[in-house]
Design a protein around this ligand. Structure first.
Ligand code: COA
Length: 210
């Protein structure tokens, strides 16, 4: 695992490249009955590895923060919650990497994406006119916009969010790392978030804390 990245005294995140086999993860994790059910519903081998690895990283982050890890449960929207802990967690995977963020008490969101040219083809579906104009055909910018919106979506955690209409990322200059301003606009209420992004091993990671 790459080292833990401390955000502040209450929060940290980590990126992990999967090199282990499934059996090794079972030696580290003590999965609860419901977790075993979720795991067994995954049929793809790599998705199984991602799922297990993200739990191992979550455990590692919590233990590093001096907290006990007792597993992850999902709410009705699919948002992950720590079992018997008031800390919060967010997870992203893109084989062979997984990224996890943890906070002692505030909501978090994280997303990991590998830039691919084909993102341009679907960009009109998730970007408003302003975002389409400033991102143009820049694959990395478009990927970061997608990742930042996924991060906001995970922070919010509810399904009824239209990326194009309810989520907006203000125009930005792309560097190797930096901050974006993201807005969730729902039911006439606007909330603004600072989203950090970083380039790691050809992947873009974005994360935010409420
Ligand atoms: C659920 C979703 C956020 C997952 O994102 P993804 O890029 O496919 O996959 P990632 O690996 O980044 O994230 C997966 C993790 O998201 C988390 N997740 C799922 N639903 C979530 C929710 N409602 N809130 C917060 N986190 C959620 C889970 O922890 C999952 O990992 P796990 O299954 O190991 O626990 C995404 O598929 C989604 O539904 N996005 C919104 C849909 C949408 O409106 N898209 C249209 C835009 S045009």
């Amino acid at each position: 695992m790459e080292s833990i990245n401390k955000i502040n005294d209450a929060s940290s995140w980590a990126l992990w490249r999967i090199t282990e086999e499934i059996g090794n993860f079972f030696l580290i994790l003590d999965l609860k009955k419901e977790e075993i059910g979720s795991y067994e519903s995954i049929s793809n081998h790599y998705k199984k590895l991602e799922w297990l690895a993200s739990r191992v990283v979550a455990k590692y982050l919590l233990e590093h923060a001096g907290r006990d890890y007792q597993g992850i449960s999902k709410d009705e929207f699919g948002k992950p919650h720590l079992v018997n802990q008031k800390g919060t967690i967010s997870v992203s995977h893109s084989y062979p990497y997984v990224a996890v963020i943890y906070h002692h008490h505030k909501d978090v969101g994280i997303d990991l994406e590998k830039p691919r040219e084909r993102i341009f083809k679907i960009s009109k579906k998730f970007l408003n006119d302003k975002e389409q104009a400033y991102a143009a055909k820049d694959t990395r910018k478009l990927t970061l916009l997608w990742s930042a919106k996924e991060t906001l979506y995970k922070l919010h955690g509810r399904k009824f969010v239209i990326f194009k209409d309810n989520l907006e990322i203000e125009a930005f200059k792309l560097n190797s790392e930096g901050f974006l301003t993201g807005i969730i606009n729902l039911n006439g209420k606007e909330s603004t978030y600072k989203i950090k992004y970083e380039n790691r091993n050809d992947y873009l990671v974005s994360y935010t804390v409420r």
